[in-house]
Ligand binder design. Sequence first.
Ligand SMILES: [Zn+2]
Length: 323
Amino acid sequence: MTKLLIAIAALALAACATAPDPQSPKVKITPLGSHDGEFCPLDRAIVFEDPDGTRILYDAGRTVRGPNDPRLGKIDAILLSHVHGDHLGDLIQPSANAGTCPKPDFSVNVTPNSNMVNISLGKQAPMIVGGEMGSFLSAKVSSLGGDPGKLVRLVRYGAQTMVGKVMVAGVPAVHSNGLPAAFLPPEQAKLYAGGLTAYVGEPGGFVLRFSNGLTVYLSGDTGITAEQDLLVRGYYKANLVVMNIGGFPFTTGPDEAAYVVNSLVRPAAVIASHANEPATVGGKLSPTSRTAAFQKAAKMPVHVPLSGKTMEFDGSGRCTAGC
Ligand SMILES: [Zn+2]
């Protein structure tokens, strides 16, 4: 009888160890794409909310409709991986859901300021950047009447900073980071005719560690890199990955991205990102999409970032709601 009771107690303990605890604090993750409920070609922006209420925006790009986009709410910091137009934000939509998911309407030009800088000024929230992007953005913020000491925070590889209870670290991305001339004032833009771009240092990715333990790797735009193994898994032990799967000619595609998550970072779950395709129709993943190919190739759950749909993650990287 005692043995039986011990066995039952052991089973109950084992169940407790694996079942999600409904009371544990969750991180809320909300993609802000071009079309509600879909995953569209230029979708990059995501808002992360710590259980302490800290809200962090990652790569506003073209799909956040400026600082007054009602989906933003309170924003405490803005992460910028690199300065290409689809991340820094050269164009935005005139209204919610403008155009179609396969062909969003990005007819509002926000250069030379950029969408990120406009949001930083509007929300009075710091942009967190690596490389040489800090000095460029500081000059731009100053020229628009903002305080660069408050609105620009440099975090190069190996460094980390805190936003509320969230640790933000800069990690390498293997990509390019030429500043398009459209973001420069006209007298400087003239210097970059003929396809040349201005140097603003290396592109980057980030690791975020939330107060519930969730540790998220944001790949930025990148190829396969040894740091995904040595640093992102080895040191930071990321348990959730937001992975660029866009493929040819810019970054890792579904096969390369699956190698990154299966063999290098090995998280509990993944959120696909930067697919450069209309991945969903009516909120359902197209079976012939590269997002579906990535989902099939990855060994862990791959969640599709539907715009406006909030997913919740516990500290172990497990999605507990909204996936
Ligand atoms: Zn990109």
